[in-house]
Design a protein around this ligand. Structure first.
Ligand code: CO8
Length: 261
């Protein structure tokens, strides 16, 4: 809840069955520092463990989703420090969140900000959103998955272009490239993301988890393995109450009522 808050870099709210995380370091355009990473991850874990929450939205401000890792925090780091006290691998935990996470991206999503959006399950962008991996301009390269996830979602050509030139692209180009699921006017951004999250949160929760897991397998497994995984998950869905409810409701021409577990 917003009031339980010793948090200083994010706002955390519950909107019915949706958990909303708002990145809130406006003075640095939501630059991702250690504290913000810890707070976002803690909020994600809290929502993931809470039966009252069915889906999660991460957003920033109208001006910036996040302008990247906090350059001021990183500037004096050495290889040994980064290697030993790994500020990058904190973000790996996002992968283990079972509930769907939607990124609602307005304004800048650069460097680590673009990578955080790519770590989410899908991106809803406002028309003025800008995506890029400008790390090369700072003498470095993407560090929390950009070179990999961008290549998976957009293909090698655009991934190389963005990572090597550091140029940014707008929401329309990002959508055409498969990075973004939906583009909406800036004023509709949060509402659209929340509505998608509400829709997801109303479905059979075990099936939602399985569906997310199944799509994610496509990134890590061969086609044969991914298909086998999907088949087993499909069969497993028939062990859930929600499958009986969903199908009986359809046949009885009534709306299904899913229990949220
Ligand atoms: N880190 C720290 N501070 C930042 C960052 C950042 N990434 N981005 C912006 N700020 C600060 C600015 O320094 C400025 O502060 P101040 O008001 O005190 O001078 C304030 O935010 C506002 O920024 P600008 O005045 O620059 O605003 P503009 O509208 O002129 O420009 C830009 C906006 C284009 C977004 C510009 O701020 C910019 O280029 N920012 C840096 C973008 C960038 O290079 N991002 C990549 C960072 S490296 C990275 O992300 C590595 C990822 C892998 C590791 C992830 C681990 C968490």
């Amino acid at each position: 809840t917003p009031s339980d808050d010793t948090r200083s870099t994010i706002l955390v709210e519950r909107r019915e069955r949706v958990g909303l995380i708002t990145l809130n370091r406006p003075k640095s355009l939501n630059a991702l520092n250690r504290r913000l990473a810890a707070e976002v991850l803690a909020a994600l874990h809290e929502f993931d463990a809470d039966d009252r929450i069915g889906a999660i939205v991460i957003t920033g401000s109208m001006r910036a989703f996040a302008a990247g890792a906090d350059i001021a925090e990183m500037v004096d780091k050495t290889f040994v420090e980064l290697n030993a006290d790994d500020i990058l691998s904190d973000w790996d935990q996002v992968r283990f969140i079972k509930k769907p996470i939607i990124a609602a991206v307005g304004g800048y999503a650069l460097g680590g900000g673009c990578e955080l959006a790519l770590l989410c399950d899908f991106i809803v962008a406002s028309e003025d959103a800008q995506f890029g991996q400008p790390e090369i301009k700072l003498g470095i390269l993407p560090g929390i998955g950009g070179s990999q996830r961008l290549t998976h979602s957009a293909g090698k050509a655009l991934a190389m272009d963005l990572v090597l030139t550091g140029r940014t692209i707008g929401a329309t180009e990002a959508k055409a490239a498969g990075i973004v699921a939906r583009v909406v006017p800036a004023g509709d951004l949060l509402q659209t993301a929340l509505e998608a999250a509400h829709t997801i949160a109303g479905y059979n929760a075990p099936a939602v988890r399985m569906a997310k897991e199944a799509v994610n397998r496509a990134f890590e497994a061969s086609l044969a393995e991914g298909l086998m995984h999907e088949r087993r998950l499909f069969q497993a869905a028939f062990a859930t109450e929600g499958q009986k409810e969903g199908m009986h409701a359809f046949l009885a021409k009534r709306a299904p009522v899913f229990r949220n577990r």
